[in-house]
Design a protein around this ligand. Sequence first.
Ligand SMILES: CC(C)(COP(=O)(O)OP(=O)(O)OC[C@H]1O[C@@H](n2cnc3c(N)ncnc32)[C@H](O)[C@@H]1OP(=O)(O)O)[C@@H](O)C(=O)NCCC(=O)NCCS
Length: 177
Amino acid sequence: MNIEFIEMGNVSETQTVALNRLRAVVYPPEVLATLPGISFSWASAQWSVFVWDQDDLIARVGLVVREIVDNGVAKKIGGIGGVMTHPNRQGQGLASLAMREASRHFIEDLDGSYALLFCRLHLVEFYKRLNWKSFHGQVFVEQPQGKIEFSANGAMVLDVKEEAPVQGVLDLNGLPW
Ligand SMILES: CC(C)(COP(=O)(O)OP(=O)(O)OC[C@H]1O[C@@H](n2cnc3c(N)ncnc32)[C@H](O)[C@@H]1OP(=O)(O)O)[C@@H](O)C(=O)NCCC(=O)NCCS
């Protein structure tokens, strides 16, 4: 097994094909149609943690860094999105491994105060086991029609350089991730 951290601007054709293939098998159209986030526009990841088994991409976590407004104060934070494991390889700790690797990058080289992700209710316990905590305040994001409060999925936060807020008002200053 091989773990790779890549900047999405430098992603190769092989990596792009593998990611599209993983996305297609994790999110076939009938699954996609059931997701609460389907009608929203999402930001692309700037980096990815890829977990490979030889030539097969078996898990992936996407990362972003964004300057947001946290209770009126500009703050650079990390974001996680696009967490997925190939259906044949789920329950083997692969997403947990990739999430820990992503956290390490937030701490060591991505310089965010804390990190934030959105997830559906059934995954809250999964992320809690990885030290994320539920955010109970309001999160505003941009959409093509303008700024909206984002409540389709719950938000969770992770302490990085400082303690992440669990309430208050966050404006992500852009699309959700
Ligand atoms: C969520 C997901 C990334 C977990 O990947 P994984 O490699 O299986 O995760 P791990 O093996 O590290 O951890 C598994 C744990 O996640 C939790 N979990 C995973 N999928 C779950 C689900 N559908 N419902 C409830 N809990 C789930 C379980 O608590 C499980 O714990 P267990 O091993 O004690 O049973 C994977 O199920 C997936 O790709 N799901 C579809 C895409 C998705 O929903 N991504 C998350 C977007 S926020």
